[in-house]
Design a protein around this ligand. Structure first.
Ligand SMILES: [Zn+2]
Ligand SMILES: [Zn+2]
Length: 328
């Protein structure tokens, strides 16, 4: 895990080893607001060390959307309100047990009882700073946070340099939702120099526009029924088509297969992000019903972990669970 790094006045970011997740600390008048803190327990604890060093109290938390990797907390942050948009808070509460199970499978040392303990944010935004940009792309009740006075946009799970646009398989009209969300994020980006995605590198300067353009191009291609050409995808497909990992134990090397439930934790290592991207791409394509290329068909047909076919279940893979393990 990296260090807590200041990216703008009063805005600090620390990146996790888990899918390059970004924890964000925003200084406000009377303390600190933690946005999407994560991921492993040890990382949450180190973030608490950093917060202690800042010498200001945590006054509240905010989850950008109701996916488990954005719903975490640690006792050392304090028993303070943790907010999400009303729609996100509702869904997070309904799916709390599932979020806990997914967190337990995907990372270690997370205080499971504190997952998804979020309450609906009041209409005026309460103590969460800036302007919320709520939309339905990627997840129900997803909200970016525009801190115009700091020149920063906290984008949630959009505008990433490592993950393609991940459509929400539970909602219809995701292309429209994504287009509408990108339009609003584009307007917001006029006021910032820095974009912090939920996963990936912080974008600064000209990179901000490049991130918007990349997500728009991907969605536009899906809209036209074409295969998106996307650098994030190229890297992902290469990794996804590698042979499965090999474990070396007392019995000699062997491939890790579907019978290894719990031994391979999808999401625990860097290539997982690539697998997520490749799977999500395949799922996006099927969802939109356009013809796929041979490469995407290969990715969809052959699981990079167990080499079984087919095993793509977009939601499960998006959230770091491997369907093969669900069945064993
Ligand atoms: Zn997400
Ligand atoms: Zn995420």
């Amino acid at each position: 895990m990296g260090e807590l790094r200041q990216v703008a006045d009063g805005v600090r970011v620390r990146q996790s080893d888990w899918v390059w997740s970004n924890s964000i600390v925003v200084r406000v008048e009377d303390g600190l607001v933690l946005i999407d803190p994560g991921i492993d327990g040890s990382e949450l604890s180190r973030l608490a060390d950093d917060v202690d060093q800042l010498g200001l109290p945590v006054i509240c938390g905010f989850a950008t959307h109701p996916h488990w990797d954005h719903l975490l907390w640690h006792p050392r942050f304090g028993d303070v309100p943790r907010y999400a948009t009303p729609a996100a808070a509702h869904l997070a509460t309904l799916a709390r047990e599932r979020a806990r199970a997914m967190a337990a499978e995907s990372a270690s040392g997370i205080p499971l009882d504190l997952i998804a303990q979020v309450t609906p944010l009041m209409a005026d935004g309460g103590r969460v700073p800036g302007e919320l940009i709520e939309h339905q792309a990627h997840a129900v009740g997803h909200a970016a946070v525009l801190l115009a006075d700091r020149g920063v946009l906290l984008a949630g799970d959009m505008l990433s340099d490592v993950l393609i646009p991940l459509l929400d398989v539970r909602q219809n009209g995701q292309l429209e939702a994504y287009e509408a969300a990108l339009d609003r994020l584009g307007e917001a980006a006029q006021h910032v120099d820095v974009v912090v995605p939920g996963h990936g590198a912080v974008a600064e300067g000209a990179e901000v526009a490049a991130r918007l353009a990349a997500d728009r191009a991907y969605i536009d291609a899906l809209r036209r029924g074409e295969e998106p050409v996307d650098a994030r995808l190229g890297a992902a497909c290469g990794l996804a088509l590698r042979p499965p990992p090999v474990e070396r134990g007392a019995g000699g090397p062997r491939a890790v297969g579907a019978g290894d439930r719990g031994r391979v934790r999808c999401g625990a290592v860097r290539p997982c992000a690539a697998r997520r991207t490749a799977y999500a791409h395949a799922a996006n394509g099927r969802r939109q019903g356009h013809a796929g290329s041979r490469r995407r068909a290969e990715v969809a047909a052959r699981c990079p972990i167990c080499l079984r076919a087919p095993c793509v279940l977009a939601a499960a893979v998006t959230f770091g669970r491997h369907p093969a393990y669900e069945r064993t």
